[in-house]
Structures are given as structure tokens and as C-alpha cells.
Design a binder for this molecule. Sequence first.
Ligand SMILES: *Cc1c(COP(=O)(O)O)cnc(C)c1O
Length: 426
Amino acid sequence: MGFNAFSGASGQDFSDLLKNTRGYAGAADASRAAAEFPAESLDAITGPERRWSWVEIDLSAIRHNVAVAKRRLSPGCRLMAVVKANAYGHGAVQVAKTAISAGAAQLAVATVNEGVQLRRAGIEAPILVLSEPPASAIPLLLHHNLMPSVYTVEFAVAYGEIADLHGVRAPFHLAVNTGMNRIGVRFDEAVEFLRQIAFHRALEQVGTFTHFATADCAETLDFNIQLRRFKETVEAIRAAGIDPGLAHCANSAAILRYPETHMDMARLGISLYGFHPCPETRGYFDLHPAMSVHARITAVNTPPMSEGVSYGMNYRSTGSVKICAVPVGYADGYVRALSGRTSIIYAGHRCRQVGNICMDQCMFEVDLRSHGTYRRLDPHVGDEVLLVGSQNGAAVTIEDLCDLLDTIPHELCCGFSARMPKVYLR
Ligand SMILES: *Cc1c(COP(=O)(O)O)cnc(C)c1O
């Protein structure tokens, strides 16, 4: 299991969590001395050795997905890797470095902190913050060379003034609202907005972008309205004698489905991680999911017939099953609404997850009757299982779980990385 790096909760480098975990002369029990171990030997205990559950991230899949997107992009169109929310749970620093080395030109994050984290890791590629932060964060933008999205005059002027005071440029991307009605200057007010802030010499417009609300939907009317409004806005900015910088509007769905959206740059999010933005792209693009979810069996029980399992006991044993516990629960992103509806892969077989998923643990059932050509399964404590992934042709995908939960891979991926350590495959 070639793991060589860990990172964990909310964008923190997990190695920090793994360090300095030596015993302390705890006030709670001052009478008991802490056991002494060399600090290195404690630090050397990896995440999956501390708790038998982890998320594996296959970085070769990230490289592959960048290549798939780049092959699709129109000539001259730059690729921006969207690594917000800790790279959709995959680990922002690892994914950003991998995407850049595979040919992504720029990075996008959602928050100032996410940008700072990438800079602290030594990443030098241009980084766009996908919304306008509060003006109080401007020193961080300028210090770490992060480009904000801009759509209020107040922010733009404050940004330009602080940059000017420090003798530096204030690069920004203008966010244009073409119909999603989330953020941005309304498309027909963009030129007027730019004229209002034009007096500020430090401000430098390096990009103009919009975001589609329906690029992944079957219906194309609203999408086409947004695209037309964006292209007209970029033209109007040029016609007013203002350089719009890099024009970009495509997300994953638009990159794969609509080459006419590629323009100067395109923002690859969910498909960077190997997921199809919509059913329409399946079969046309060979994307590889990078994330799989692993655990080891922590307990095996053989309850007599009709005894229940887990909170509420809404599952009852047939008497010919073993019940295996694994240390993954809804606090690890294994959403409780999946209870009794999904499978866990053990020894190449899909086994029914049974009983309510608990906060930190869940159970699955191994049928002890030999069935078909399968050999009888004999689960033991310490055996590895897969909650998401594939083995010997048995598969549970994030998309399977999304179908059950009526959600999108973005949400489930973020959840799985909330607490479990990550193990990177190169
Ligand atoms: C998240 C985001 C993206 C990436 O979208 P995907 O559908 O995941 O490719 C692109 N642009 C903006 C503005 C975003 O917020």
C-alpha cells in the first residue's frame, strides 16, 4: 500500500496532526505520568495505523484527467484547475502540484485561506479566488499574490488603494453575472462598472469570467442565453477600449460538452477528480475517479437469528450471517441516509451494509451460506474492505452513492475527507 504522504481535516496538513502527539502531564490526571516514547516513533505511526479507515487518492488519475481535458480544449485555451474545498476533498496541495505538473496553467480556490495554504506549500502558479473576499482580507491577497474576483466598487477601490500604498499592482478578474444570479456585476452593467473603477492606476484587469448554472443540464436554452450574454459583454468591454484580460466561462460540463465556451481559459473542477458532470458525457470521455475509501474490519459478530444490529435495530439477523464492524461513520462522510441501502466490498464481493450507520462506525453482513460458485467468505478482524472503489469487478462508486442520495459527487467527496486521513498513490 504505497502511501507516502498524509493530509487531513479542512485543508490542514495532516502531518501536523501526526506530530507532537506525545503524552502530556495532563491536568485531568496529574497522578499518572505520561509514558515516554521517542517523538519520532510516535510520529511514525501513520493515519491508517491510528484508525483503520482512510481515503486513497490516486494522483495518476488526476494526471490522466488533466490530459483528457487538455485534449478536449480548443488550441490556445489555458486550463485552470479548480482546487477549492481542499480540492473537493482530495487534498489541495497534492492535487494542485499534480495538476500543474500535468499541464494546468492556473489554479482556482474559493477562499483566501485556501490560497494562502497553496502559497505556503511553495506553489507559484497564478491563483484566482472565485469570489470577492471582505476588504479586510486585502493585505493577505497582496502579500500572497492571490487574484480576487471583483464585483463591487467598494472592494475594487480599497484593493487598488492598498496596492498603491505598497507600490504593487492589484490584479483581478471581473466576475460577470450572466444569469445564474449568484455573484458578479450584471452583464449589462459591466462596462459602466469598469469605467467607475478605471481611475485607479494600481488596478489591473487580468481576467473576465462568468459561471454557468445549467451547463450540465439537458435543457440548453438558459445555457445559451448565458453564453451569448458573456460573449457580448467581453466584446462590449473591448469596444469600450478596456482590456478584459483572459476571458473564461467553462466549468467541467462546458469543457466536455461545448467547445465554443473554451475562449482563453477553462475551469476544470469535478472532472479533474474523475467524475462526469452529467450523464451526457459518459461514454465519450474516459475519466478515472481518483478517490477510494478503505477500512479494516474491527469486529466480527455472529448474532443469533432475529437479533438486531445497530441503533434502532431496523435490521435483524437471519442467523446465518456474520456482522462485521468498520470504523467509518457519518462523521467521516458516510452519509447516514445510506443506511441499509449500499454495499461494502469484502474479498471482491459486494456485501450488504446493514443497520443504521453510526457517527464513527458502521456494520455490514457477510452471508455464511455458500452461494453460486463463490467460495464461502470468512471475515476476520484486520481484513481490508472498500466502501468506495472496485475490486475483482465488484464496484461501489461515488456516483452510485449519489444516485441513492440524490446529490452530486462534489458533496460526497468533500465529506469523505473531513476526518479520514488521505493516502496518496503516485
Ligand atoms: C466550482 C466552480 C467551478 C468548477 O465547477 P465544476 O462543475 O466542478 O467543474 C468553476 N467555476 C466556478 C466559478 C466555480 O465556483
